[in-house]
Ligand binder design. Sequence first.
Ligand code: FAD
Length: 376
Amino acid sequence: MDNILILGNGVAGLTAGDTLRRLGYTGAITIVGDEKHATYSRPALSKAALAPGPEMELNFLPEATHGGTELLGRSATTVDPEARRVTLDDGTVLDYEGLVIATGTHARRFTDSEREYTLRSLDDATALRERLSSAPKVAIIGGGPLGMEVASGAIGLGCEVTLIHPGTPMEPHIGPQLAGILTEVALENGLDIVDDFVAAVAETPGGMCVRLSSGQEITADVVVSAAGDIPNDSWLADSGLLIDGRLIADERCRVRPEIVAAGDVVWQQGARGLRRTPIWTAAIEQAKTAAAALLQGDEAAPLSYHSYFWTDQWGMNLKVSGPIPDGSEEPLVVKGSLAERSAVLHWPGQGCAASLNMRMPIPRLHKLAASVPAEV
Ligand SMILES: Cc1cc2nc3c(=O)[nH]c(=O)nc-3n(C[C@H](O)[C@H](O)[C@H](O)COP(=O)(O)OP(=O)(O)OC[C@H]3O[C@@H](n4cnc5c(N)ncnc54)[C@H](O)[C@@H]3O)c2cc1C
């Protein structure tokens, strides 16, 4: 193989390029990304970028080492897998021998209103931060990690914030015990949490109105939608690569022998069925596996990684290794104290460990998650 094309210059695309070189590939690499910026840390957009202070903190990733040709500000519009050819929005046609699809996702929206903000890209973060700095009244739709981090940032910037979420925020992402603690801290920081589903969102003269399934209406100057993401795969619609509308890859991240996929865009079969895993570490590990599979085929190792997630909000840092604890088991407090909200926790029956506001190297957290109590 002598000509590899990478679509998407997020962390998955960048990692795929660097991994190809690390594995000894010396042929051409071309990377196409529809954002004009060099690759940056997307997780930082809802954390450092919204932190109080006069300037927005930017977090670019270390420069790529693959030495490939970068075509930024352009997007792939079609792929012809039989001809092994991709067309870009400016009409450029690129042939490939190997293709990496790493085009990520975009945020789900409720309206076309410019008073509805989403947070997926650096440009989104710049616009959102600028708007929040005039301390508007904000309604956030969605209480996942993104919604809660934006709520924390917005309150830090002086906004009055209502967050709409059915149930306890973040519970599906970190389990009931940890979600309970973060929700408590959020309430203490002045977050108004409304437990309901959103029925409709509309502009009003001068603001926005969110109508809930109970009939209650919440008015705000701006809405921030943090209610899920949609894979950037519509450009693949006529390619024959989608199955039931999904880009599905095998355990080596292969869609076909010469086409691999990595990051938020891709679906894979796992213990919990066919799923996407839209988290940072998954994108990196999938990209490494995908690059190896392109060069080594069946000889490449299948995808294997420790599930790992982190969040920063309300001045607290949480790291979680392993599957999400489901609430059926009380965690062992290995270090610190839950009352002080600074602890290392272990759910031995579920293979999960977490550090809340406590410094702990990630490999040690993984080791704790996989251990039985006698080993701790
Ligand atoms: C605000 C925010 C906070 C997050 N926080 C966390 C966190 O704390 N922890 C965590 O684990 N994960 C977090 N995530 C998720 C994590 O950032 C993603 O899982 C990761 O960035 C996915 O990388 P990717 O390379 O697959 O996709 P992306 O980073 O989305 O990169 C894909 C790139 O491809 C481009 N593209 C799209 N279509 C085309 C096309 N047709 N042609 C060319 N280019 C195209 C996109 O514009 C984009 O630049 C967060 C995400 C967001 C948005």
